[in-house]
Write a protein that binds this ligand. Sequence first.
Ligand code: NAD
Length: 322
Amino acid sequence: MDNNTLVKRRKVVVVGAGAVGSTFCYALAQSGLAEEVAVIDRNDSLAQGQVLDLVHGQAFFPTVSIRVGNPCDYADAQVVVITAGAAQRPGETRLQLLQKNAAIVRSIVDDIVDQKSAGVILIASNPVDILTRVALKRAGYDRGRVIGSGTVLDSARFRHLLSGHCGVDIHNVHAYILGEHGDSEFAAWSMTHVAGMQIDKYCPICRQCADWAAERCQVEQNVRDSAYHIIEYKGATYFSIGLALVRITEAILRGQRSVLTVSTSLDGEFGLRDVSLSVPTIVSDSGVVKIIESQLPELELAALTASASVLKKALEELDLDA
Ligand code: NAD
């Protein structure tokens, strides 16, 4: 990190104690990665209740201090994870919701900057790519220090589906979803490997399906629709995003240099700039330390460019300087 002396190693602040924030805290506590977790929510009683419920589990997970926090906690946090957001009200447009969530993120980032925090800001609130951009612009930090959960979860969903399809342990499936965390995301098939082999080369060995081309489209569509299905069934998604956030936090707290598809600001990579979206990156103690500019085939590069255009259009609707 650039400001080592001010950062308390393994201290995490979680902003937003709703479904995603509390599930993240629960998974983080069990992981043993953090030494100190401070939970902030504008609904103070919710934060109090979540913390009380969590600390009653202290006998069952590795030693960690969990408490209700306040903006002073940003000062020495190694990671600040933002899961705060407003729910869509009946009759509210997507843009109105976006403006509301952008205002929430800006006010949190202002507090982080006021506290001269040297930590990494990790955004989970949706629309995550837009809000990551809003936070980066507001903070004025190095681009690697303000990142979004991006398609880390979508890539995990992709690996889960491929693992089931090919009948191979998920840990032997390497695969990435790139672009927006949303409808314009796409599967980077050129980077998809099973048992160390590019998926198309693995196919003749696999022989689990009759028509791989059709299956491939179905798998990709299923990844895109995953969140819609879960929301239809139970109203929200939180277990897997909680775990995805733990994975990203782990890479930061341990300085792991992990390859993760977090949402990051591009500055000429892949021919794109002024947009935050997911591409393969190396995540370590100061956030994104490298963007891996892989040689994408024409179709995938076109999909990435199209996804960036969708995000840029949404950004144009927002006043980024507000
Ligand atoms: P939730 O409504 O359960 O929780 C949101 C919490 O944010 C609430 O407790 C609210 O009081 C708090 N909050 C609002 N404004 C705040 C502020 N200014 N400061 C502090 N706290 C504030 O919602 P949730 O289900 O936990 O989802 C949270 C966000 O995460 C949403 O934007 C959701 O779309 C997003 N999400 C992202 C992913 C992903 O993959 N990135 C997955 C699931 C959900």
